[in-house]
Design a protein around this ligand. Structure first.
Ligand code: UN1
Length: 504
């Protein structure tokens, strides 16, 4: 393992990035910024109080009144400006992502690229918020639908994509005419302050209402406030299934809308015809990349009996050479886990898996470093899909299961509570199509000959079952951020009733 930077070096690097972005950290003792690289505290921060949060929601609701009647292409101009600022500060924001989330440099830059991409998508979208015209059954009538801005969107985001998930929601919500109130993870306050400040700068540059975006740097209680406040029209929450289980009924109780992006327990099927070299690269990035801390991380590998030994052997060799350590180091592929408790959860899961008859064939140990939680990504061969395999552990553990028939592979694949991402490696076209068919993968994302993670922003992102059913980012996911009105216009001089009803 490479030498780690000191906490002071990280603090200086973070400060330099914050200075270039132009943001001042609100000093205080309520919360703190820390880095998983050394596991130590960087800065103390002042949190948003519940009173301030209430006020922020009110201000956003007020800004919405102006924003909703601003023409969408003018709203797009704001998002275009944000995209430009993100391009200018790509490296600075990536620094903060590495410092607070522990992502390797290339993935941190990739996260900012994803933000730039969604801004560009949203700018185009600002001229494409299409409604339909519908054939009316009545003479002299026009039937159409119009999409209107929804209101205040509350965004709750997680540590692992501390900026991109916010941008998917915010760029789209803003062109849809909504205002945004953001409650980020307490683990990544600097990334949140920096992202939010870049948007504030864009808002100022284009002369949009200042209160269009509000950042709540606070703990769980303020998150709950956002969930319960009737002025928040849509709560878009990314996090664990446990969190979603609490959020959904509370928002439903006040007839608000939710968009949920919860846990994944993603699997890849490797068929006997698969190109194993291709599969190998796809699997390693999906399973060990981001130290297993993506919601799209590959957690289950379902391999045909004819190729399983060969594939596992190749994987174990690659795993044995994975460079683990300082995420700023160019050669590093696996950075730290976010906290000690994530490493503890990984150790506990490995123990459970072994108790169920699993055999660790690669990795699984925590490296002996002071501070950060560095672990070797693990591969575990399992005799069956036991309860621990069906559970999402947010760490780099890849469980390997064996199958004989395609039907059995699909059954194993779908037999988990989560339904986010999936893929198959095969050169058999029929098999690939069957995996994508109605009785194939039951996930929101189903891929062929690539891994489960690293989706592009152009498609709708999200999943089924305990993943929560939400879709954000590309395609027509924008509709969740708007309200639909059906309009019937009578341009004749007769009042004709639908369904041929006569009255008067
Ligand atoms: C997440 O882990 O919460 O598809 C989002 C991917 C990324 C987004 C992951 N584009 O892996």
């Amino acid at each position: 393992m490479s030498f780690l930077p000191t906490t002071q070096q990280l603090r200086d690097r973070a400060q330099a990035a914050l200075d270039r972005i132009g943001v001042t950290v609100p000093e205080g003792d309520d919360l703190h910024a820390r880095s998983p690289i050394t596991g130590e505290r960087l800065f103390g921060l002042r949190a948003t109080t519940t009173e301030q949060a209430g006020q922020a929601i009110g201000e956003a609701a007020e800004a919405f009144r102006t924003w909703r009647v601003t023409p969408p292409p003018a709203r797009g101009e704001l998002v275009r400006t944000l995209g430009e600022l993100l391009r200018t500060h790509k490296s600075d924001l990536a620094d903060l992502i590495t410092i607070e989330a522990g992502k390797i440099r290339s993935e941190a830059l990739g996260e900012v690229q994803e933000m730039i991409d969604i801004c560009e998508f949203a700018v185009g979208l600002s001229r494409q918020l299409y409604g339909r015209t519908i054939a009316s059954e009545r003479p002299g009538h026009r039937l159409a639908e119009t999409w209107h801005p929804l209101g205040v969107v509350g965004v709750i985001s997680a540590f692992n994509f501390p900026a991109a998930v916010w941008s998917w929601n915010t760029a789209v919500a803003l062109v849809c005419g909504d205002a945004v109130v953001w409650k980020p993870s307490e683990l990544t306050p600097l990334v949140s302050l920096a992202s939010s400040h870049l948007l504030d700068r864009a808002i100022e540059q284009v002369g949009a209402p200042r209160e269009l975006h509000r950042l709540l740097l606070a703990d769980r209680a303020v998150g709950e406030q956002l969930v319960d406040d009737p002025r928040v029209a849509l709560v878009s929450a990314t996090g664990s299934t446990r969190m979603g289980r609490e959020v959904a009924p509370r928002v439903a109780a006040r007839f608000g809308r939710v968009l949920l992006e919860l846990g994944g327990n993603n699997a890849t099927v490797v068929a006997p015809s698969a190109d194993l070299e291709l599969a190998l690269s796809g699997i390693v990035f999906a399973a060990a990349g981001t130290a297993g801390q993506r919601c799209t991380t590959l957690r289950r590998l379902i391999v045909h009996r004819d190729v399983v030994d060969q594939l596992v052997e190749k994987l174990a060799t690659v795993y044995g050479r994975l460079p683990i350590g300082d995420p700023f180091e160019d050669s590093t592929l696996v950075g730290p886990l976010i906290t000690d408790s994530a490493a503890d959860a990984m150790a506990a899961a490995l123990e459970r898996a072994q108790a169920d008859g699993g055999k660790i064939v690669a990795g699984g140990r925590r490296l002996d470093t002071a501070g950060g939680a560095y672990v070797e990504p693990a591969i575990v061969r399992m005799p069956r899909q036991s309860p621990i395999v069906r559970t999402e552990t947010f760490a780099p553990i890849l469980y390997v299961l064996t199958y004989d028939t395609f039907e059995e592979a699909v059954e194993l694949h779908n037999d988990v509570p989560q339904g986010l991402s999936s893929s198959i490696f095969t050169r058999d076209q029929q098999e690939a199509e069957r995996f994508l068919a109605a009785d194939g993968s039951d996930c929101g994302i189903a891929n062929v000959n690539i891994g489960t993670s690293g989706a592009e922003i152009g498609g709708a992102f999200g999943g089924e079952k305990e993943t929560g059913g939400g879709r954000e980012s590309g395609s027509d996911a924008w509709r969740a951020y708007m309200r639909r009105a059906t309009n019937t216009v009578n341009y004749s001089s007769t009042l004709s009733l639908a369904q041929n009803v006569s009255f008067l």
